[in-house]
Design a protein. Structure first.
Length: 212
């Protein structure tokens, strides 16, 4: 560090413990003026005051951190750090929420390509011919893969919404139970809910506002 006459900035950490900052800095100003004269004393004092202010801030931060550690608590997070943690939490929650229905739909699409006997029987009971099972599986796989890719996730969600809407209509037409009718709706809610958590810009499109 640089030195101003007899006064070295290495001694500045001692000033951070003085309760009256004004008296300390005035004493420094007088000492510099006495040693170097009026010329150049203001510049030296300004540099020392800046260092003094920085050391004070560091001392306060260290004191708070040590106080939390002594009490067995973690240091409090700043607003920016809290926002980052919230953003990470939303991102991972969205990924999990999106992965659950996407994996189910991928499995459903693969089963339609393999065409085991239970799948063929269930599809034909809903009024579909056996020849449409493989095309339905291809469509479902393509839409699910588009949803899993971040660049095309919104397009995939839109296409899967249409697919799930057709599934709801098919269940209603076949006079199935409430579980079979509402299950595709629940899958769609998970798809879009996970997408909203992963991409905060979609939240602006939802017409929900906080009151007050």
């Amino acid at each position: 560090m640089k030195s101003s006459g007899f006064l070295s900035t290495n001694a500045l950490p001692e000033f951070s413990y003085y309760p009256n900052r004004t008296l300390v800095m005035e004493s420094v100003r007088r000492a510099i003026a006495t040693r170097t004269g009026a010329q150049g004393s203001d510049g030296n004092f300004t540099r020392i005051e800046r260092n003094f202010h920085t050391i004070n801030l560091d001392s306060v931060k260290n004191a708070r951190r040590n106080n939390h550690l002594a009490l067995g608590r973690k240091p409090s997070l700043s607003m920016e750090e809290q926002q980052v943690q919230v953003a990470k939490g939303r991102l991972w929650a969205g990924r999990i929420m999106s992965a659950l229905p996407a994996l189910f739909l991928l499995f459903d699409g693969v089963m339609k390509l393999i065409k085991p006997a239970p799948v063929v029987k269930a599809t034909m009971e809903l009024g579909f011919a056996e020849q449409v099972i493989v095309p339905l599986g291809i469509v479902l796989l393509v839409c699910s893969l588009l949803y899993l890719v971040p660049l095309t996730s919104i397009l995939g969600a839109i296409l899967l919404t249409g697919y799930l809407g057709g599934a709801v209509a098919t269940q209603v037409h076949a006079r199935q139970g409430w579980f079979e009718i509402l299950f595709p709706l629940g899958v769609g809610i998970l798809l879009w809910g996970g997408l909203v958590l992963r991409d905060g810009r979609l939240g602006a499109l939802i017409p929900v506002r906080n009151q007050g």
